[in-house]
Design a protein around this ligand. Sequence first.
Ligand code: 5GP
Ligand code: ZN
Length: 114
Amino acid sequence: MDCIFCKIIAGEIPSKKLFADDSVYAFADIDPKAPFHALIVPRRHVDSMAELNAGEADAALLGHLLATAGNIAREQKLDKGYRVVINTREDGGQTVDHLHLHLMGGRAMHWPPG
Ligand code: 5GP
Ligand code: ZN
């Protein structure tokens, strides 16, 4: 499959690794939108959040992705706060069709987002 994030997970495209375990991989965004900007992705290819449901397996994966974002934020000492975003499909502004969480911090975020 021609997926940039699958290639990053496989090590075929280099990335700055922040965390990895059996089911998730986290790395620095190549074009950061905040002083700290990480992407957290499942190792298993899933196009987007729209492909997941509230069943046990998907809920566990989503929970693990979120908990990983929280752990990384703690490690990075984002004690003043941070933002986690999941852009989904066209209207959500998703540009890479492999589910990913953005973890951004190091500056005050704006609301509402664009
Ligand atoms: P989306 O717009 O789909 O929510 O987010 C995709 C993100 O992936 C963007 O923030 C973009 O900078 C990042 N990105 C795209 N290609 C690469 C890449 O090859 N390496 C890394 N590290 N990040 C990438
Ligand atoms: Zn993929």
